[in-house]
Design a protein around this ligand. Structure first.
Ligand code: URA
Length: 415
């Protein structure tokens, strides 16, 4: 049915009835796997057999301020695990990994297969843009689900994500399933269920698969917006990453390194990653990767070179107190209003705008102290984003309890 639908032999009305039936009765694991494999096989798959070693891929279900791949991939590559990554451009609050990488003048992700494989073999890291014919069944089915209220079904979501990961060809798949106000999965129980479903599908498809459920109630790190996030990812590679962000990087990295057999346990993996950042090797790897894909790597060493916005507007605390929450959805929407995100796949994106959070959950602010800075290229949009970011902050008199970043870990290896 999936293949006939992709070819146009089955009409939309029948497929929407099928999607709605799945919403009503659900699919068991075997049915979800069949759906996933049929979707995977609806178009091109990447053939990574010419890559030496066990290849790894990482996927995030999406959130605000999520620049994890930019820091994680060079660290993992430095430790000898090939990261052959196929990425997309983002819809929504900020761009995707490729948009962020395009902050480096000249950078291209439009690599032919031969160059992609050659770069992964020599550098252990390359990022290529998704081909138009990667899982065409998902493109068609997702558009249909979007207009028939059938997006929100666990097996359909798992099938959609995992078909693309399986078509990308890596041996190891590590999933970052976000939960909270800025995430697709708003509750922990939904996020956990999605993580477990995707891990089971990955294992049934004979891939080493793990998922980490992470907090997305407030933005990840301090920077939201393409260039700001790139600079934060570089700071992290220089050993100055925000604590919450590094926790997510290390949790995902530990999973990849242990599944790849590079480390025997997670504390050893953590130590290896920290060492590789402290020595400067991970930052050098990132610069080499940018240069190998025609980007100007001098920006890695001098981030002041990135273009600045015309306006930098402070968001001030309306009262003193402890920051109870910073609504990720509100900050993401402000970034979108500034022009930092894309509403449709062809809309233009302003890489320089965004929001930098100076205060996060648990911090103390005096009245009038800057909570955040809005970077804008239009004064009107900037002022409107300032109001929106101010609304995202909740300030209380009581000290707030720390919230764990890593909520759940789900993993497994095929038998
Ligand atoms: N992301 C996807 O790629 N597919 C879904 O169905 C939902 C989120």
């Amino acid at each position: 049915m999936v293949l006939s639908y992709t070819k146009g032999e089955i009409p939309d009305y029948q497929m929407s009835a099928m999607a709605m039936a799945i919403c009503f009765v659900g699919l068991d694991d075997e049915e979800t796997l069949e759906l996933t494999l049929a979707m995977r096989d609806s178009g091109d798959s990447l053939d990574l057999s010419q890559i030496e070693g066990i290849t790894a891929d990482k996927h995030s279900t999406g959130g605000v301020g999520d620049k994890t791949t930019l820091t994680l991939a060079p660290v993992i590559a430095c430790l000898g695990v090939p990261m052959a990554k196929m990425s997309g451009r983002g819809l929504g609050f900020t761009g995707g990994t490729i948009d962020k990488l395009e902050c480096f003048p000249g950078f291209t992700a439009a690599l032919d297969e031969e160059t992609f494989i050659k770069n992964v073999n020599s550098l252990k890291l390359a990022v290529v843009s998704q081909t138009a014919n990667l899982v065409p069944a998902d493109k068609k089915l997702y558009a249909l689900r979007d207009v028939t209220a059938t997006v929100d079904q666990m097996s359909l979501i798992a099938g959609s994500i995992m078909s693309k990961k399986l078509a990308s060809g890596s041996d190891i798949i590590v999933l970052d399933v976000k939960t909270g106000s800025g995430a697709f999965m708003k509750t922990l129980s939904e996020a956990q269920k999605l993580a477990e479903t995707m891990v089971r599908i990955g294992i049934m498809a004979r891939k080493k698969t793990a998922a980490v459920v992470t907090d997305m109630d407030q933005p990840l790190g301090n920077a939201v917006g393409n260039t700001l996030e790139v600079v934060e990812a570089i700071d992290a590679l220089s050993g100055n990453g925000p604590k919450d962000f590094m926790e997510v990087v290390y949790a995902l990295g530990s999973k990849i390194l242990t599944l790849a057999g590079v480390s025997s346990n997670e504390s050893e993996a953590l130590h290896m990653m920290q060492k590789c950042i402290a020595s400067g090797a991970a930052k050098q790897k990132f610069a080499d990767f940018i240069a190998a894909q025609d980007g100007d790597a001098s920006y890695v060493w001098d981030t002041e070179k990135f273009p600045k916005t015309s306006y930098a507007l402070s968001v001030c605390a309306p009262r003193e107190g402890y920051i109870k929450s910073v609504d990720a959805h509100g900050v993401g929407a402000a970034c979108m209003r500034l022009g930092g995100g894309r509403e449709t796949k062809d809309s233009p994106i302003d890489l320089s705008v965004g929001v930098y959070l100076k205060k996060k959950r648990g911090d103390y602010a005096k009245k009038g102290e800057p909570l955040a800075v809005v970077y804008a290229n239009s004064e009107t949009k900037g002022k409107s984003a300032v109001r929106q970011v101010q609304k995202a902050y909740q300030i209380t008199d009581e000290k707030t309890k720390p919230v764990p970043m890593i909520k759940r870990i789900v993993d497994g290896v095929p038998k």
